[in-house]
Design a protein around this ligand. Sequence first.
Ligand SMILES: NC(=O)c1ccc[n+]([C@@H]2O[C@H](COP(=O)([O-])OP(=O)(O)OC[C@H]3O[C@@H](n4cnc5c(N)ncnc54)[C@H](O)[C@@H]3O)[C@@H](O)[C@H]2O)c1
Length: 265
Amino acid sequence: MADGKLAGRTALVFGAGSIGPGWGNGKAAAVAYARAGATVVSIDTNEAAAQETAALIRAENGRTLALTCDVTEMADVETCVRRALDTFGGIDILHNNVGHAGMGGPVDLTEDQWLREIDINLNSMFRTCKAVLPQMLKQKRGVITNISSSAGIRYTGYPYASYYASKGGVNQFTVGLGLQYARDGIRCNAILPGLMDTPLIYAQIVGQYKSVEDMQAARHAATPPGRMGTAWDVAHAAVFLASDDAAYINAVCLPVDGGLTARCV
Ligand SMILES: NC(=O)c1ccc[n+]([C@@H]2O[C@H](COP(=O)([O-])OP(=O)(O)OC[C@H]3O[C@@H](n4cnc5c(N)ncnc54)[C@H](O)[C@@H]3O)[C@@H](O)[C@H]2O)c1
C-alpha cells in the first residue's frame, strides 16, 4: 500500500459510506484510494457507515479517519476539512460522492423537495470545494473528482427532473473549476456512472419496477455489455484520475457506463 500510486496523498471522501449492505460507489472509492496508498478521511452523514468504511481500510492496514458530516451544512463541511488538516496536514484529493435520485417532476415535487435534491447533489459540491480549494491553492496541488451520472448528459428513462438538472450542473461546475484553477496545479474531473449495481438502486430506483428481479433484468439488458457496472468500476476510474497517470487529464466528464451514453439506440 505504502508504495501505491497515491502513496503520501490524503483523500477526503464525502459520502464514503453505503446506503445498504454491499459496495456503494463512495465506499469502494474510499477503499480503493487506501489500497493505492492514500490516507483516507471517510466522511458520511451516517456515522456507522463512515466508521464501517474506515474499519475496512484499517483491516487492510490503511491509514484513515472517520468523520460525520452533512454536506448540506456549510459549518459541518468546514469542521470536517479543519479536522482533516489538523490530523494529516494537507488535502490532495477531494472526492464528492454524495447524491440522491429523488423521483418526480415539477407537478409531483414540492418546491422544498426540488430545492433539497439540488442542495444534496449540486450545492454540496460547492460547499466542499469552497472549504477545500483554499488549501489546494496554498499547496499548488490538488485533484477534485465529482461523481455525476449519465443522467447529467442523457435521459435515462427515470422521471427524476431534479437529478437530471443537478447532475448536468455538476458536469459544468466541474468543467468550470478545472479550467479556472488549471494554472494552480489543480485538476477537476467528473465521473459519470451509468447503470451500476449498487445498494443505491435497491433504495431509490427499485420503485420504478414491478420487482427487484425486474429491475435487475431491465438494467442489465439496457447496457451495451449486457450487465450493469459495479462500484469498483467507478472506484478504479477515481484512483486513475487522482493519480499522476492522469496528470494531463482535466475538466473531463468521464462516462463509466460500458458505452451506454455513446449509443443512440
Ligand atoms: N448506483 C448507480 O447506478 C449510480 C449511477 C449514476 C450515478 N450514481 C451516483 O453515485 C453516487 C452515490 O453512489 P453510492 O453508490 O456511493 O450511493 P450510496 O447512497 O450507497 O452512498 C452515499 C453515501 O452518502 C451518504 N450521504 C447521503 N446524504 C448525505 C449528506 N447530506 N451528507 C453526507 N453524506 C450523505 C449516505 O449516508 C451514503 O452512505 C451519487 O452521486 C449518485 O448520483 C450512482
